[in-house]
Design a protein around this ligand. Structure first.
Ligand code: MF3
Ligand code: CO
Length: 256
């Protein structure tokens, strides 16, 4: 069952989402060669708690940290550690927070210093594919119109879509119905309605789409060792027009 949110609930989700956006904006500024991912995790946890939120991932199915930090061929769910970033790496930063019982969830992929042009292209196309999906999140469309738009944009650039992980509904729980795949035929699945809140999160590989999970039981890596990028926003479908992107804060975009 897809749980529709009231306007008042969406305002609470907007606060949780804003905290996630602000934390990610702070983390982006800390990304540089030599930084350990566990340092980013500690900063993220302190920031969320000092602003009245609770880390959403820590303790979720025994996940040990606040942040998911996924470097290069790591697709998602990289566990922060003493590993340090190197010039030319890309790092996915995925973060969730709970405020007043509601979740926000967002991810970005950031380059460490200069990266080679094809890698920069992967990051750019992955972000664009998120926005292509978001553009379809309008009343009257069906769920798979989002999925199809993501896939089409990523594949047009010669990249491949990860199918083993999907986006999701979000609200009083991190993962609610429906699942939001990043691939599929258009015009399928439930009709989109005002009050649906979705976390749309394309994971796009430079090589083939296969992934495997490491022995730590969390870190997903590409099967072929190629690089992977990930972007995510929490969005609320509105009565008309494009969705409200809850994890996008206008002042923060201007500040980047
Ligand atoms: N954005 C990811 C998701 O929605 C991150 C979850 S990490 C976990 O699945 F630790 F919470 F599982
Ligand atoms: Co998510």
């Amino acid at each position: 069952m897809i749980i529709l949110k009231t306007p008042a609930e969406i305002e609470i989700m907007a606060r949780a989402s804003r905290l996630v956006a602000e934390t990610l904006a702070m983390l982006r500024r800390e990304v540089r060669a030599g930084v350990a991912t566990e340092d980013l995790d500690r900063l993220a946890e302190q920031f969320i708690r000092s602003h009245g939120g609770t880390p959403a991932f820590k303790g979720y199915r025994n996940y040990p940290k606040t942040l998911c930090a996924s470097i290069n061929d790591q697709v998602v769910h990289g566990i922060p550690s003493k590993r340090t970033l190197k010039e030319g790496d890309i790092i996915g930063l995925d973060l969730g927070a709970i405020v007043d019982g509601f979740y926000g969830d967002s991810a970005v992929t950031v380059a460490v210093g200069n990266v080679n042009p094809r890698i920069a292209e992967l990051v750019k196309v992955t972000e664009e594919s998120l926005y292509a999906g978001i553009a379809q999140a309008v009343v009257g469309n069906r769920l798979s119109d989002i999925s199809h738009a993501v896939q089409r944009h990523a594949e047009a650039a010669g990249f491949s879509v990860v199918t083993d992980f999907v986006g999701h509904g979000i609200g009083r729980q991190l993962h609610e119905e429906p699942q939001v795949p990043n691939y599929g035929k258009p015009g399928q699945g439930p009709r989109l309605q005002e009050g649906m809140v979705l976390a749309i999160e394309p994971m796009i590989n430079m090589g083939s789409s296969g992934v495997r999970v490491l022995d730590d039981r969390w870190t997903a890596v590409t099967a072929d060792g190629s690089l992977s990028a990930h972007f995510e926003h929490t969005i609320a479908i509105q009565s008309s027009g494009p969705p409200r992107i809850l994890t996008q804060v206008p002042e923060l975009i201007a500040a980047c």
